[in-house]
Design a protein around this ligand. Sequence first.
Ligand SMILES: [Zn+2]
Length: 125
Amino acid sequence: MGSKISKKTKSTKNSKSIFLKKKNSDTESKKEFFIESVSKFCDRCGTPYSTSDVHIVQETSSSTIIHFSCSNCLSNHIANFVPAIGTVSRMPINTDLTSDEIVGFIRSGKVSTDDVLDVYDRLND
Ligand SMILES: [Zn+2]
């Protein structure tokens, strides 16, 4: 009698993979949110961004740094989103760095957005 019950409880294998899928779509929906609220199209060529063009570089409780990379013209933008006051500052980055290198650069020094702006100023000189 007892063995029949334990057989039933073993067949809950699928619930784990559903949970993993949900976790992934959380990041996707975050990216969709940033595309929606920060930048829907590439500033340079007007190509619509997709979630694969968006990288969340740094996320803290006070702000999120998002890197947009256009798949068409390869131009880069960095945006700083401050949820508490709902503001977004966005700047183009004219550099040959790949998105991975930019992400690595920002992560390595834990730079603030001011630092990113500073680097941008220097790149423009
Ligand atoms: Zn573009």
